[in-house]
Ligand binder design. Sequence first.
Ligand SMILES: *Cc1c(COP(=O)(O)O)cnc(C)c1O
Length: 359
Amino acid sequence: MTRCYNFCAGPAALPESVLEIARDEMLDWHGAGLSLMEMSHRSPEVVNVAERAQQTLRNLLGISEDYAVLFLQGGASTQFSAVPLNLLDGGGAVDYVNTGQWSRKAIAEARRYADVNVVASSEDTNYSTIPAKQTWQLGTEAAYLHYTPNETIGGVEFFWTPKVDVPLVADMSSTLLSRPIEVNDFGVIYAGAQKNIGPAGLTLVIVHRSLLGRADDQCPAMLNWQTAADNDSMYNTPPTYALYLSGLVFDWLQNLGGLQAMAAINRRKAEKLYSAIDTSSYYSNPVELASRSSMNIPFTLADPAQDKMFLQESEAAGLLNLKGHRSVGGMRASIYNAVPEKAVDALIAFMQDFEQRNG
Ligand SMILES: *Cc1c(COP(=O)(O)O)cnc(C)c1O
């Protein structure tokens, strides 16, 4: 068996040890005589798996009982609608920061339900910067402020938290669990699982309980956070297997030493790769220094005509999914939690060799 190094932006790499546990438990989960996939979500066993996953996640992130933790479906994209539907009772104004492609999608969806005030945008720099907080034009009547702490496509990350007087809502799909955060700074945090949490199919919402019960009558039950909270995320059949795998990822993180330890590893990985890019005259990264993502690192080649060859050769070398998004061009290496440091070392060695041969 050869496992390659996977730099996919999502669905992304999972820890190998988690996949091994899942393999060993696939046919007979803990002596139950069947796969967890085949068990009722109402069974004590599955309920316990869900409760344990939630508890470990609470420990990792330091989530207090003031917050509900919801395991939902539909991806982060469904939360683009759920956020206004849950926080606006019958319309009103909302503030959004536009720092990239995911911000834009969240804004477009919110416009169906609310008067969206774009408080700041970095579109004029092709999303390679974060507008300084003092330039933000905050609304006076906004029900909340929404932003995207890590723009997965542009590779732009906030290393500071905006302090505002309204509930702060964050799409943390590609940064959650990469480092410690102060959950108390946020009204709502949401994330699709397929980056740092687990497999696709699960969506995580962490919401301050004071923000529950505000949903519009028109809000579908499946999007209503209060309904999910009242039913322990089992209003309908939850994605049980994705939940189980995510619980294994949380255990893996805990055993590694938690988010502080994970953050140190992630910082090292990112610094190595940025340093390799910066010391070369062949590769470059367009993002302003202070906002360079530690999870998603886009880079371009001096000669874009060599992109195709770079991709073919890197794939042949077992370095997968390095193609960048068309809006940025070139390459993108997503180096989430489960991408080991030796994968980054292998990528850097490949890049240096490629440059020597073609630069
Ligand atoms: C991946 C991603 C999304 C989309 O997630 P889905 O689960 O596919 O809907 C949204 N926002 C960010 C920041 C992402 O990285």
